[in-house]
Design a binder for this molecule. Structure first.
Ligand code: B12
Length: 241
């Protein structure tokens, strides 16, 4: 399978990028040559303009000769059967028999709270109520710029069942660094096996989460009920038969 624009399989692709150069016709040609060197064919620079002193921005159309076999790709979804808030509350009452204690935060220096708030805050996201609204969840939203040390201390002191860590900024791999530091500290403190550990953010995939040692990862467009359902099912699975 490859991308297409006009006719199936034509490989048509749109790229956009910034170059640290004042715009000129030579800058357009530099952009064209760069994309050709990336392995693309039929390269045309459809937009090139100055965006700041010494910087230009380009939009380029080109065709890729490469393809992937989508049937050979394994990326398991984290989504359990869709359940409403009431159904999840009933499931927790029947199968777990006590409130589930959930804590969430945006970790490291990341100050983007909108994503974790969408999952935790009472009003929720896209008409789907957040975890604070659930009767059977006791929810703690620690906010932004929370260090992994603080989050782990809170987890221990409040006997948290499920820990939710958010990362929106991914510059220089800071998301992976912070997620990794959290897992490592939980392991060092002997807490990792006791909790359900979840990461999330617009660049997070369930595949990445598994690689980092998390129970699940949720990406862009996640609804609170998807997270609540995962936590409830995973808690039930962990109970002795
Ligand atoms: C609003 C915003 C801000 C606000 C944040 C306010 C706040 N209180 O959150 C302010 C102005 C403070 C800000 C600052 C910065 N920002 Co900003 N910001 C954005 C913006 C426009 C929207 C983000 C947002 O709110 N999305 C809406 C929410 C609902 O979506 P979401 O985060 O993806 O969350 C969903 C899922 O991902 C998931 N989810 C998220 N977290 C979690 C966690 C768990 C556990 C789970 C289950 C699910 C989950 O569920 C949510 C609901 O579906 C984005 C660009 C964009 N359009 O996305 C840039 C963006 C994120 N910012 C960016 C940058 C670079 C910055 C700054 C570094 C800029 C600067 N040089 O100062 C600073 C960083 C400050 C800091 N210390 O973190 C970049 C990040 C680039 C990168 N990939 O690293 C972006 C992508 C803009 C860009 N294109 O360059 N920003």
């Amino acid at each position: 399978m490859r991308p297409y624009g006009d006719t199936l399989d034509d490989g048509a692709t749109q790229l956009s990028f910034t170059l640290p150069v004042e715009w000129s016709e030579a800058a357009d040609e530099a952009a064209r040559q760069l994309v050709a060197r990336m392995g693309f064919n039929d390269v045309s620079v459809v937009e090139g303009r100055r965006i700041a002193t010494g910087f230009s921005y380009f939009v380029v159309y080109a065709r890729t000769p490469v393809a992937v076999d989508v049937d050979a790709i394994r990326a398991p979804s984290v989504k359990t059967a869709a359940m409403s808030m009431d159904q999840i509350d009933a499931f927790v009452r029947e199968r777990i028999g006590r409130k589930v204690r959930v804590a969430g935060a945006c970790i490291g220096t990341d100050a983007h709270t909108v994503g974790i708030d969408a999952i935790l805050n009472m009003k929720g996201y896209q008409g789907d109520y957040g975890l604070e609204r659930y009767k059977e969840f006791e929810t703690f939203n620690l906010g932004s710029q929370i260090s992994v040390e603080e989050l782990v201390r809170f987890t221990r002191e409040r006997d948290i069942d499920a820990l939710l860590a958010s990362q929106v900024v991914t510059q220089k791999g800071s998301d992976v660094t912070n997620f990794t530091a959290l897992v490592e500290l939980l392991e060092a403190e002997g807490l990792r096996d006791r909790i359900i550990l979840i990461c999330g953010g617009p660049r997070v995939t369930n595949l990445l989460a598994a690689e980092l040692g998390y129970d699940a990862g949720f990406g862009r467009g996640t609804l609170p009920s998807e997270v609540a359902s995962f936590v409830a099912h995973r808690m039930a699975e962990r109970l002795p038969a």
